[in-house]
Design a protein around this ligand. Structure first.
Ligand SMILES: Nc1ncnc2c1ncn2[C@@H]1O[C@H](COP(=O)(O)OP(=O)(O)O)[C@@H](O)[C@H]1O
Ligand SMILES: [Mg+2]
Length: 327
């Protein structure tokens, strides 16, 4: 765990507390009501430790942003927690149940679903068919129950009703019968979010929900995420748009080089020198107060420069989608 020595700047050591936190606020701090608790999670790619998280807790019923520069390990952390990738070490529990080593479809059934940085909607299926694939625990899936038509027919009808409600909520109802491939990038993001909600998850994890979304849809996407919280769903999202992070998150966790380097409520975390260091490197003369203003945002600027310098890293490819699943 990276620790910021708060006494080194000549100020008295302050114990910072927060209603969501048990004890002192800081990287890896315990939460009063965590929905996810992870310990010693590491994932190595060759010589690179993409994830090296000593301890992490996600608060229940809140909107938590996971931020950090490109390559910080955010997507890898998502992949590990949701069973799309296997860690070298580590354990974690979701809602009190250990989920380490549990495959993705069972993680989804347990109530933790995620969307992908690169959308994974199936282009040659209709929008409605994509939605129905998102439902978990269909009775027709079992060998014996699949033979009993009345059982799965009723389930399918219930799923279709839920799918139509969600499509209406995400303003995709007019596209119900269209191939997912015909949707715009932003609409596919919405479809993926709607599909994730088919299984009525406890925790939804959104990997860059705003990336590729037309600005006209941005506001409604923000509204959708706030509604999820209002419905009692916990939200964890990765986002580069700091205005969005400031605007809707209750809690912000910052990763850099695989580790959690800072966390806190948005208004304080953005002033944390460790956060600026993570984006700009250790040497900078940035006025941290700028982050709170409109206008040039040093974190966003650093992001933009990094993306320009490494367009391949900035692509939406998260490295996990199979080519045939790409719409
Ligand atoms: N499948 C993979 N194989 C090799 N390296 C990977 C793989 N996935 C991610 N990485 C590397 O791990 C680091 C973390 O990547 P990632 O989790 O995608 O970061 P973020 O989502 O924060 O931008 C990066 O250096 C990336 O290049
Ligand atoms: Mg990523």
């Amino acid at each position: 765990m990276s620790n910021l020595d708060k006494t080194s700047v000549g100020e008295p050591a302050l114990t910072v507390t927060h209603p969501l936190v048990k004890g002192e606020v800081g990287p890896g701090c315990a939460k009063v009501d965590p929905i996810v608790i992870a310990d010693s999670v590491t994932r190595q790619f060759g010589g690179l430790k993409a994830v090296d998280v000593a301890h992490l807790e996600i608060p229940r019923g809140q909107i938590t942003a996971l931020i950090g520069p490109n390559g910080a390990g955010k997507t890898t952390m998502f992949n590990l927690l949701t069973g799309f990738d296997k860690p070298n070490t580590g354990t974690w529990e979701f809602d009190g149940k250990s989920l380490a080593g549990v495959p993705a479809f069972k993680v989804a059934r347990a109530g933790m679903v995620r969307t992908f940085q690169l959308t994974k909607s199936l282009g040659r299926l209709s929008v409605l068919q994509n939605m129905l694939l998102g439902a978990t625990g269909q009775r027709g899936e079992g060998l014996f129950s699949s033979l009993i038509k009345p059982l799965w027919r009723q389930q399918e009808e219930e799923n279709t009703i839920r799918a139509d409600e969600l499509l209406a909520r995400f303003k995709l109802d007019a596209k119900r019968e269209d191939y997912a491939a015909s949707l715009s990038g932003g609409q596919r993001k919405l479809l993926e979010m709607a599909r994730a909600l088919m299984s009525q998850p406890e925790l939804i994890m959104l990997d860059e929900p705003m990336a590729g979304v037309n600005p006209a849809l941005t506001q409604s996407l923000l509204g959708h995420i706030k509604n999820l919280k209002a419905d009692g769903t916990s939200v964890l999202f990765v986002e580069h748009d700091m205005h969005m992070v400031m605007h809707i998150s209750d809690w912000v966790i910052v990763m850099a080089e695989g580790r959690v380097v800072a966390e806190g409520p948005p208004e304080t975390v953005m002033k944390d020198p460790a956060v600026i260091d993570a984006y700009l490197g250790a040497h900078h003369d940035t006025d941290l107060g700028d982050l709170m203003e409109d206008g040039p945002n040093p974190v966003l600027e650093a992001e933009r420069r990094a993306r320009e310098a490494h367009p391949e890293a900035a692509s939406e490819d998260d490295g996990y989608a199979k080519p045939e699943e790409r719409a």
